[in-house]
Design a protein around this ligand. Structure first.
Ligand code: FAD
Length: 553
């Protein structure tokens, strides 16, 4: 729905109002960190009627939550380690997300090819248990495939094949999922601001009573009062505690995982597939639009948490696995269109490698008034939020609330339709854009990414058809997306828009650079940037694009 820009909580004026509130209210909960974990905690708390503030030092999802494999998954992999509860929880949360955000949880048929030397019986037995634990609908239960059926679905896959199994998982846009959770929190009363960092925690008589935060865009510092503070800073959680001289009950071992992006013309995969190279190296390839992305590595990491990047050798490792699995495809380094790296905040388990370490989360209160939450995954963020709120509830001396399950039923703000047939809605939406002269590729991308927010884009187009024009030659994005991002999605920098609102940094042939100037012009006009700021934003984005391309030799 089109709203006056100044009244929207994620407009520039809405952000300024949130910052003012930080200095004038005492909150039940102050959440530090706007990744999926913090955004989810803020949303669940706001839906319970708590007074909530959420601050993020850079942009929402600028940490791991925009650099994942982007799969909302039932947790099949956890079966290998006997983590049955994790499978059940993941599967339940997958069902919740399909209900509250069908526009961000798209079905993706998975294929599990089984090669000579591997056990097809074991894989099928695993999937039978998975179907049971995940309470999978009859029409989504796994199917057994012959070698020929696998070859038909995955032409060019290496031999000797024994057969395979097909089943269903879901793909998301992790950055938009995170932003929409933060927005949902704000629409339910939370004071939410990106580009606002925790400077230090406030401590009184051994209890955390709030924090000092700094608006990174103006340098203004504010003391925020809160009964409970939640440290949801993912990989940074340990350094947040250490910088305040606080103990770290569960140390983290950061582990880096990378992905590479290829054109689907070069690797024609239609859904997603597990890959196993003849060396035994494993990975996953996933189709998104006209691209296929492949990951991932899992290596202990000690570099900068702010700028993890794929190295040439990381790319070589993943590309080598794809080359081995598709030997006739002739894939080369130059086929790699984009790369990204994310850091898993794994909770250390003595004697285990990063790959074997559990993906379960931990939440604890220490000292009084500070809850730290780490680990977990995108798919189960709502359950993590509930665990945090249970601890907070006790700390606040509150009785359990009837509103507990609202976070499982109230849709995210980007979905205002029924959840019966989201795929049909997506097709109708794409058709509406095509009918207004938008190219088929752009219409499909928009319908996939924005859900009901496409209504706003159409209204912009009715007001002035210029908003439905492409951002630049060959760029599958519209000028109106920039306006939407600034007016209703708190995009404050060019990268906020290009990377985390419109997904052009990772999912376009040239990182959307051909549209960067036009996007910077629209942002400059709406945010009042002078020409120096505009040039700086462009310069920083060009650098970011280089860092997310093929690393140099
Ligand atoms: C390679 C890879 C693939 C993955 N694939 C999947 C997948 O397919 N499916 C799935 O379910 N899960 C997946 N995961 C796991 C999932 O992505 C993470 O568990 C999740 O994104 C972590 O979210 P978070 O909010 O805890 O951390 P983050 O997203 O890192 O958020 C922490 C935030 O805190 C902010 N912050 C730090 N310090 C401060 C401060 N001082 N003040 C204010 N803010 C601060 C940071 O800027 C950051 O935005 C994957 C992880 C990796 C690494």
């Amino acid at each position: 729905m089109m709203v006056a820009p100044d009244t929207h909580p994620f407009s520039p004026a809405g952000r300024a109002r949130a910052l003012e509130r930080l200095g004038s209210e005492t909150f039940d909960l102050l959440v530090i960190g706007g990744g999926i974990t913090g955004a989810g905690v803020a949303r669940s708390a706001a839906l319970r009627g708590w007074s909530v503030a959420l601050v993020e030092k850079a942009d929402f999802a600028s940490g791991t939550s925009s650099r994942s494999s982007k799969i909302v998954h039932g947790g099949l992999r956890y079966l290998e380690y006997g983590h049955f509860l994790l499978v059940r929880e993941s599967a339940r949360e997958r069902a919740v997300l399909k209900r509250i955000a069908p526009h961000l949880v798209h079905p993706l048929p998975f294929l599990y090819p089984v090669f000579e030397g591997e056990s097809l019986i074991k894989v099928r037995a695993g999937l039978t248990v998975f179907d049971f634990l995940a309470d999978v609908n009859d029409d989504e239960k796994h199917e057994k495939l012959t070698p020929n059926e696998v070859r038909k679905r995955l032409p060019g896959l290496r031999d000797p094949l024994k057969g395979g199994v097909g089943y269903l998982e879901y793909i998301t846009d992790d950055a938009r999922l995170t932003m929409e959770n933060a927005l949902s929190a704000a629409l339910h009363g939370a004071a939410v601001a990106n580009w606002t960092r925790l400077v230090e925690l406030g401590l009184k008589d051994g209890r955390v009573t709030g924090a000092t935060v700094e608006d990174g865009l103006t340098g203004t510092r504010t003391d925020v009062g809160a009964h409970v503070v939640v440290n949801a800073t993912g990989s940074w959680a340990e350094s947040v505690l250490e910088s305040s001289g606080l103990p770290v009950r569960h140390p983290l071992i950061p582990s880096k995982g990378i992905h590479i992006l290829l054109s689907a013309e070069r690797l024609p995969i239609t859904g997603a597939t597990f890959l196993t190279a003849s060396s035994g190296k494993r990975g996953l390839a996933m189709r998104r639009g006209s691209y296929v992305y492949v990951g991932t590595t899992d290596d202990e990491y000690s570099g900068s948490l702010d700028t993890p990047r794929a190295t040439r050798s990381d790319v070589g490792e993943v590309l080598g696995m794809v080359q081995d699995c598709f030997p006739d495809q002739g894939l080369e380094y130059e086929d790699v269109l984009a790369t990204w790296a994310g850091i898993r905040p794994l909770v250390e388990e003595r004697g285990k490698t990063t790959r074997d370490t559990s993906r379960e989360d931990e939440a604890w209160e220490e000292p009084d008034g500070l809850i730290t939450v780490v680990g977990g995954k995108l798919t189960t963020y709502r359950r993590m939020a509930i665990r945090v709120l249970e601890i907070a509830q006790e700390s606040l001396g509150r009785p359990p609330s009837d509103a507990d399950e609202l976070d499982a039923t109230v849709p995210l703000p980007g979905w205002t339709r029924g959840a019966d047939d989201p795929e049909a809605v997506e097709e109708e939406t794409a058709a509406a854009f095509r009918a207004r002269g938008v190219s088929a590729a752009t219409a499909a991308r928009i319908a996939w990414l924005y859900g009901s927010q496409t209504d706003v884009l159409l209204e912009f187009g009715d007001e002035d058809p210029g908003w439905l024009e492409p951002l630049g030659p060959g760029v599958p994005a519209l000028r109106g997306e920039v306006r939407l991002a600034v007016d209703q999605e708190m995009a404050m920098t060019l990268a906020d828009f290009m990377d985390r609102r419109a997904a052009l940094l990772l999912f376009s042939d040239d990182h959307g650079l051909a549209g960067a100037e036009a996007a910077a012009d629209i942002m400059a006009q709406r945010l009042g940037w002078n020409s120096d700021r505009r040039s700086e934003e462009l310069e920083q984005y060009r650098l970011l694009a280089i860092e997310h391309g093929l690393p140099a030799k």
